[in-house]
Each structure stands twice: as C-alpha cells, then as structure tokens.
Design a protein around this ligand. Structure first.
Ligand code: NHO
Length: 364
C-alpha cells in the first residue's frame, strides 16, 4: 500500500523555525508509512505555496523562501486554503504572534491540527483558552505545545499525565526562564564569592545571545508569568491572564521607559548597588537569590519573583541556562517529581515541536 499523505504548513522561520526545518527534513526522510508534504511556509514578509498544493522541497526550503516574491496569506484565507486540500494537515506555528494564536480556534474547528512553541494562545485570556479547547473538540483536531514551557523538556506532557491519571497537583515551583537562570547562576554563584556586577552579567548574557534583543523583555518577568499561567491552568486554576497575579519586574522604575535596549544597558550600572544589596542580604543567611515562579493550588496563589534558597537546594545549584521544575502532588508526597535541563535554545526548543508533531502523526 502507498504511504498515507499528511500535509504540513509552517509559519515562522527564525531561530526555532530554522532548527525545526532541519529536524523535519530528517524526520520526513525516515518516516515509513506516512508521506510528509510541506505545502505552505511563511514568515511575516514572505510565503511559498501553490494552488495545487505541490510539495515544497525540504532540503532547499530556506533559500526558496528567501527568494520568493509571494506574500503570506491572511489568516482567514490560510484556514480556507489548508482546509480545502482534502488531506490531513498539521499547522506548525513557530512565531510568537498573538494574531496567529487568536486564530487557533478557526484552524482547529476546520480539522487542522496544531503544534507550536508559541506561548500566546495558552497564556492569553482565559476565554481564548476555553475557545481553543472547544474548537479542538468540535473539529476533531489535535493540539500540542510542549515547547511553550521549558523548551524540549517534558513539562506540559508531564502535568497533563499527572492530572489525567488522577493525581492531584498541589504545588509547582521552579526556574522557568533560561535567561534568568543564566543571570543568577553567574551573578550569585553558590561557590563562595565570584559573580560579577549585575549590569555586567546582563550585558554578558545579551552578548552570548541568551536574552531577547531588548533585555527588558526577559527582565520584566512576563515570559515566566506566561509559562506559569499555562501550568496553573492545567493544574486546575482559572488564571485570567499572565498579569492577574504578582510578577516582580527586575527593571528599575526609572529605566522602564528609556527608548532602547542599548540605552537601558548603558544606564543599568546606576542600579548595581540595589542588586548587590539583594545578594548580600541572602548571603547573610547563608543563601543565594534566584528568580523563581510558584503555583500553590490550594490557596490559588501564583507568583513570580526573587526568592532566597539554601545552597543545598536544587534550585540554588542549577548550572548555565538550565530550567528546573518541581511538581508536588498527592502521589509523589513530599518528594517532588523534578524535571531539569536546558530551558532555552533553538535546537532543544525545536525538539519539543518535532516530538509534538510525532504525537500528532501517530494519531492521524
Ligand atoms: P524569531 O527568531 O523571532 O522568529 C520568529 C519567526 O516568526 C520569524 O521568521 C518571523 O518572520 C515569523 N513571524 C512573526 N510574526 C509572524 C506573523 N504574524 N506571520 C508570519 N510570520 C511571523 O523567534 P524564535 O526564537 O524562533 O521563537 C519562535 C517561538 O518559539 C516563539 O513563540 C518563542 O517564544 C518560542 N520559544 C522560543 C524559545 C527559544 O529558546 N528561542 C523557547 C521557548 C519557546 O524555551 C525557550 C524559551 O522560553 C526562551 C526564554 N527566553 C527563556 O527561557 O529565557
């Protein structure tokens, strides 16, 4: 029998998107009983597709895309285009676009499955969250977003497994940002003195590519708040939005409105003394400071910010830009289920997307 065909449509070809494309190429070559056909790919400026859904060659897709003169389809048109193919289709959203996230219900309702590292759909309004899962039911489509929390680490699948097998999650805590992890592991290392000035570490993290182009997008805590919103919802809390609970921003008030990321970095040394004080206060208690998030299910408390940890605590001992997420549940008692490892980077994030695609393919 000939292999069944599954069409793939991709939006986004940046850091994560390019890594995903190379993983997809090798997956398509290895796939025995399914023929994976790329029928649409777009960035914010360009697209490649045809009315006859002809396959776009995976080995040259990046150059085909950059030399294309086609514009991306508007989202309602894209839904119609994909639904009209008559072939099972998976949409891979490798953007961080809220507009695309807002359109998930219209894709899912038409039977188009979605895999994505984009946090916006699951950490936006609670209404969007409900609409998405209702549309998925209605359309009989599939939806996976492992890489929206902890890159390729099995965080979303773990909380879903815990809840769906009847365990009760009581508390979740951890370090959810690769950037924040790197910053505090080097600013306040557990090994004695060490640790440069706060502003120096932020500049270094930016140089190494660990921060967003404007480091304020990491330091405001919103990225962590989005991840906690997603996990809290799976744990059963109706969190309204990522701004509906306390989130500590590490951006000094006076620098919130400076025009550019560069100006922000240039003025950050003025505030080194404040961060030095935070570090010293923890040191007095024999502890280190870390930027963490926590969810207490019984008291419905979600919070994000600085906390002090004993040097022997697993959160204090993290390395590099690793994440650590501890799940406290009825079954696991006082010894939490802990997931730890690289929490940022193109290849590991794309791995989360590719493994989601495999889960979808197994069910199509
Ligand atoms: P880029 O490199 O900016 O690429 C975005 C692509 O989307 C571009 O091709 C752009 O043209 C396209 N695009 C944007 N808007 C569009 C639109 N409306 N229509 C069509 N195309 C559009 O972004 P990345 O880095 O490749 O990220 C892609 C997605 O993965 C984002 O949702 C991001 O949040 C998510 N993600 C990235 C990472 C990472 O390490 N880069 C992680 C998780 C998820 O685990 C990582 C993480 O959380 C990092 C975090 N900063 C941390 O913990 O420190």
């Amino acid at each position: 029998a000939s292999a069944r065909q599954v069409n793939i449509a991709i939006i986004g070809a940046g850091g994560v998107g390019k890594c995903f494309l190379s993983q997809l190429e090798s997956l398509a070559a290895r796939r025995q009983n399914q023929k994976l056909v790329l029928t649409y790919i777009a960035t914010s400026k360009k697209a490649v597709y045809s009315d006859s859904y002809s396959p776009i060659a995976l080995d040259s897709v990046v150059s085909t895309l950059s030399s294309s003169s086609q514009a991306p389809l508007a989202l309602p048109k894209l839904v119609d285009y994909l639904a009209a193919s008559g072939t099972k289709t998976v949409l891979v959203d490798n953007t961080s676009s809220q507009d695309i996230a807002d359109a998930y219900p219209s894709f899912l309702r038409r039977g188009i499955s979605i895999v994505t590292p984009n946090k916006k759909a699951f950490s936006g309004s609670y209404k969007l969250w409900q609409d998405i899962f209702a549309a998925k039911e209605e359309g009989g489509s599939l939806l996976y977003h492992e890489a929206s929390c902890g890159a390729g680490l099995p965080v979303i699948s773990t909380i879903k497994d815990l809840v769906e097998t009847g365990d009760e999650v009581t508390k979740i805590e951890g370090v959810f940002s690769g950037t924040m992890s790197f910053l505090f592991n080097s600013f306040a290392p557990t090994s004695g003195s060490g640790g440069g000035k706060w502003s120096t570490e932020v500049a270094k993290a930016k140089e190494l590519g660990y921060t967003e182009p404007d480091p304020r997008d990491d330091l405001n805590g919103l990225d962590v708040a989005r991840k906690l919103t997603i996990l809290a919802r799976y744990a059963g809390l109706e969190v309204e939005s990522p701004t509906s609970f306390p989130v500590q921003s590490l951006i000094p008030k006076q620098l919130e409105s400076v025009a550019s990321g560069d100006e922000f970095l240039a003025r950050l040394p003025e505030f080194d003394a404040e961060m030095e004080e935070v570090k010293a206060e923890a040191q007095k208690e024999g502890k280190v400071v870390r930027f963490v998030g926590s969810i207490d299910v019984a008291s419905k408390q979600v919070k994000v910010g600085l906390e002090k940890f004993d040097l022997s605590h697993p959160i204090a001992a993290l390395k590099g830009s690793d994440n650590i997420i501890s799940f406290y549940t009825k079954r696991y008692g006082s010894n939490p289920l802990i997931i730890q490892g690289a929490g940022a980077g193109g290849d590991v994030t794309a791995m989360g997307v590719t493994s989601d695609l495999l889960k979808v393919l197994a069910q199509l």
